[in-house]
Write a protein that binds this ligand. Structure first.
Ligand code: NIG
Ligand code: FE
Length: 411
């Protein structure tokens, strides 16, 4: 089916020549065509340009964008959106002054979510996660990475990953699965954490790989969680088994997580609240995408990652939601744009680059997603009637997305 979209106020994040990511100063530029049309054929974008140059006569369907903006759908490269139950009780503890680490030490946090997930059925987890996917889609997300990591036993980790596989099969969103066996240390392994690392390496990874359940491997490499040496061992085993690393790093401390991620050519290192000159130099010499999770830093009241410093150093920066029941209970990427602008002083243009093309890179799909480019997937949204692109992060808290198209199909 050939569909023509007419009267686009501005077609945003357009690329004539595909780039794999946008770095440094380039991030402030967002290429767009005003008064535009776009043609999609099947699931792909085949043409676009200015309305005045439109010659098309053979479209089977015409959609009038009615002078609204068209953007590529967001790529949310870091989420934990398969989970059982939420954790608002801990939120109250947090308000009263307990830190994330203190809550975790008491068996709350990730361990609390693990207990609930272990008791939940595959069907329940699937239904809940599918609803969350529908919700984030309505806010403009078209591709999402989903992690395991609330299982923490071999059986429960496999259950989570099977849920993600079923979501992949049935959801119109593009989904990547990330095996995060090393998200927390189960209580019964306290004092013998090395044995749990052995379990991840010798039992979990081989089974995950055998069932082809994951694209990526992740480790929470930080103070109070897994050390650099343990992370190194697990990434070595993961890479040997064909998994690509994407890790949680430098959220709570200058943990060495960035360096060990880069050593294994991680696709991304995520969180990055603690980044200094050494970490920036390390990232500059790598192919690894620095990924900031503004929702988690906001919700945990953490210091903000030095996004501007990284951009000034010529690095690309991606941003994702970190949607999870503890540190970021929202998958709304429009809110991520607002946080990017208010808390990290990114311009709306930089924020859109961070949440489309650069976050597509961070999930290994920037050749097919993340921009409006010929041959790429027809994954885009038409906005509501808004005056400018800047209005999306500015008028925060309401949904500016009107119609969502994934693989050429209206949702
Ligand atoms: O990305 N930092 C580690 N993991 C998650 C938090 C998960 C949770 O608290 O449940 C994160 O923020
Ligand atoms: Fe996370």
């Amino acid at each position: 089916m050939r569909t023509l979209i007419t009267n686009i106020k501005s077609l945003v994040q357009v690329e004539d020549k595909k780039r794999i990511a946008v770095c440094g100063e380039e991030m402030s530029k967002l290429h767009s065509i005003d008064n535009a049309y776009m043609i999609i054929e099947g699931d792909s974008i085949v043409d676009f340009g200015e309305m005045k140059n439109l010659k098309e006569t053979n479209a089977e369907k015409i959609i009038d964008a009615k002078n609204r903006f068209v953007l590529p759908t967001f790529c949310d490269s870091h989420t934990h959106l398969v989970y059982a139950g939420s954790r608002e009780i801990e939120y109250i503890d947090k308000i009263k002054g307990l830190s994330y680490e203190e809550i975790a030490k008491r068996g709350g946090g990730i361990l609390n979510s693990a207990k609930r997930l272990q008791q939940a059925s595959e069907e329940e987890l699937y239904e809940d996660a599918m609803q969350r996917l529908e919700e984030i889609k309505s806010y403009g997300t078209g591709a999402v990475e989903i992690k395991s990591g609330y299982g923490l036993t071999t059986e429960a980790e496999l259950k989570m990953l099977r849920v993600i596989r079923k979501l992949k099969e049935n959801s119109p969103l593009t989904i990547k699965a990330n095996f995060l066996g090393a998200h927390g240390v189960p209580l019964e392994y306290r004092g013998r954490q090395g044995d749990f690392v052995d379990l991840v390496i010798n039992e979990m990874i081989p089974l995950v790989v055998k069932e082809e359940l994951a694209d990526f491997i992740d480790v929470f490499c930080d103070t109070g969680f897994f050390t650099v040496e343990e992370t190194d061992r697990m990434l070595f085993a993961g890479v040997k088994n064909g998994l690509i690393p994407k890790i949680h790093a430098n959220e709570l401390d200058y943990s060495g997580g960035i360096q060990v991620g880069v050593k294994y050519n991680a696709l991304s290192v995520d969180h990055l609240e603690c980044v200094g000159e050494e970490e920036i130099e390390c990232l500059k010499a790598s192919q690894t995408m620095p990924t900031i999770l503004p929702g988690a830093a906001f919700f945990l009241n953490m210091p903000y990652s030095p996004a501007r410093k990284m951009i000034q150093a010529g690095l690309p920066v991606a941003m994702a939601s970190d949607f999870n029941p503890g540190s970021s209970p929202s998958g709304n990427m429009q809110m991520v744009l607002t946080f990017a602008c208010v808390n990290y002083k990114l311009t709306p243009q930089e924020a859109i680059n961070a949440t489309t093309l650069n976050s597509a890179y961070a999930m290994g799909i920037s050749n097919t997603h993340g921009s409006i480019s010929k041959g790429k997937k027809a994954n885009f949204f038409i906005t509501k009637d808004i005056p400018t692109i800047e209005y999306i992060p500015y008028y925060y808290g309401t949904n500016k997305v009107d119609r969502v198209f994934l693989n050429g199909i209206e949702q």
